[in-house]
Design a protein around this ligand. Structure first.
Ligand code: ZN
Length: 190
């Protein structure tokens, strides 16, 4: 578990570093087109910031529609950020570096979310299996209609079969009485 936390922390660190580089590149790009001060600083917040919001909206905590909106936000803002970072470079090397950082920050966040230890996955499987076993073993409970709820499947079955036997006996007795009555009636009328 500790290893997983450690790796996740490193991935997060890369993510923040990449965002930092992108921030710097945005300022360069803004200066290139003559933006200064708050105008320049607001650009990374608008584009990289929205890309990060998109990433968060893609997490499991949100419903499918929100996940889709998040993916669109991430794709649009990620592409814009990529363009800005490439434009910010004064040399081909700087442009490539800019592109690499954007790709890193766009992909790393989801990588971090997908890192799971083998044990955690196996534990989750074991819990699911145990739950399924319990559900299967207690299936009889949901069909028990006895006035006092049974405490075991065997008890429930024996109660049910006893009740069936009782009703069969009663039916047989009723038929017997009917036949006797009919016989009596035919004797009387004769
Ligand atoms: Zn029962």
């Amino acid at each position: 578990m500790r290893k997983v936390t450690f790796v996740k922390a490193i991935v997060k660190l890369y993510f923040i570093t990449a965002l930092g580089f992108s921030f710097d590149h945005f300022i360069h790009a803004a200066e290139k087109v003559g933006l200064h001060g708050i105008g320049a600083v607001s650009m990374p917040f608008a584009i990289d910031g929205l890309a990060v919001v998109g990433m968060v909206l893609r997490s499991k905590d949100f419903d499918n529609t929100t996940n889709k909106i998040g993916l669109w936000l991430q794709m649009i803002c990620g592409t814009l950020s990529l363009a800005v970072n490439i434009y910010a470079g004064n040399t081909i090397g700087e442009s490539i570096q800019g592109a690499v950082w954007v790709v890193l920050y766009v992909t790393l966040e989801s990588v971090s979310g997908k890192i799971k230890s083998r044990k955690a996955v196996e534990d989750a499987d074991a819990i699911a299996q145990a739950e399924a076993a319990i559900a299967a073993a207690s299936a009889w409970l949901s069909v028990c209609t006895h006035p006092t709820t049974c405490t075991s499947e065997a008890q429930c079955q024996s109660k049910t079969s006893a009740a069936v036997k009782r009703s069969k006996t009663m039916a047989r007795k009723a038929r017997l009485v009917k036949t006797q009555n009919a016989a009596l009636a035919s004797l009387v009328s004769a």
